[in-house]
Design a protein around this ligand. Sequence first.
Ligand code: NDP
Length: 447
Amino acid sequence: MVALKEFMDNLIAKNPGEPLFHQAVQEVAESLLPYIQEHPEYEKAKILERMTEPERVIIFRVPWIDDKGEFQINRGFRVQMSSAIGPYKGGIRLHPSVNLGMLKFLAFEQVLKNSLTTLPMGGAKGGSDFDPKGKSDNEVMRFCQSFMTELQRHVGADTDVPAGDIGTGAREVGFMFGQYKRLRNEFVGVLTGKGLEYGGSLIRPEATGYGTTYFAQYMLATKGDSLKGKRVAISGSGNVAQYAVEKCTQLGATVVSVSDSNGCIIDEAGIDAEKLAYIMDLKNVKRGRIKEYASKYPSSKYYEGQRPWQLVKVDVAMPCATQNELSEADAKALLANGVICVAEGANMPSEIGAVNAFLAAKILYAPGKASNAGGVATSGLEMSQNSERLSWTREEVDQKLQRIMKDIHDNCVKYGTGADGVVNYVKGANIAGFVKVANAMLAQGLV
Ligand code: NDP
């Protein structure tokens, strides 16, 4: 613990005002430092100190013109955290809350996550404080073109391959890809999450939500259990949440909630395929608010400004919206109501107090870097298909995704099983992700 305090004090002094980055590193350092102390070669080479210092950070101005002809200025970022095991890889977040500390947290998590996928991908994250909400398609296009006009200097199919994240979906990826191609005059796999017509992979839109659900299923299987007949609470109603709802339902569970940044809906009757199609149209096409669901389906109720965790009694919880959306009090309420499994679709959705509550209760709890890795894993598969200029079938990609999620699960079990036989998936994911990157860093010398 002395080592942890000293390590964190140094990190905080070097990175002031970046609480999300501190939180992400602390969670990892707690499980890694004891392991590193048993491996003096990692300690001597200052691997963790190097892994928490980005290889490169790019910050740039993004000027664009809105529909009224007014000038708008946003700030763009790319944090290239580690290229130890492959080209930088990680999404682009477009949200007014985006700042350097948030992207450092996401890039740091991405390094370990990408390593866990078993594919050769380094870690990065980028984004901007631009808010696509309420903007016209033309405004979003002008922003994306301006953003890529600068970013194109720093990315490339063998250098750094961005993808979607909060606020960056198929529309934004398309505009960014178009601008990259125009400026560089090359048609390459510089972004993943592309449309199927121009190099995208089948199953990539579904991959994060499906992967999180597969991970929950693998955890439950260790207890001889499954999702069939379980009640599930899901937060968010974006890309990850939508496909988590779909896969949970296909596997026989009843999903009773979704949410957005304004509030959540509880639907005790369950969100079936028809209701999910309504949500997809509402969110992806009409770009509306989730409260409209409650007017459409009287079996449901809308709760303004609330999250689902304290409103329902469920067996499984899957936070799929954003960071720190599940507090310690939420975790305690879920536990009191008998939750047996929590699989994170979002990145760091549980506050540290919530994580500790889940670990203390010894339920099946998977941190995002393990359970939501299916998205980036399928991005890795998209890169492979682009390189060989071939497309794999839906079944092929889905099978590979399931195989990867199973491997990640089994690696967490390998590194996270305690003397009492209980699996600590946080410890398992952190160590399993770390070892591959650390060994690559040792091999490559002090760079
Ligand atoms: P989307 O933008 O598609 O959806 C995000 C959802 O979360 C929306 O319902 C949004 O509500 C809600 N949300 C966003 N910010 C907040 C907030 N501050 N408070 C409450 N709700 C919020 O993003 P994704 O589904 O792609 O991403 C969700 C999470 O999953 C993120 O943590 C992301 O980093 C993570 N992730 C995504 C991957 C992917 O492949 N897309 C891969 C791995 C992780 P509203 O509509 O009101 O904005």
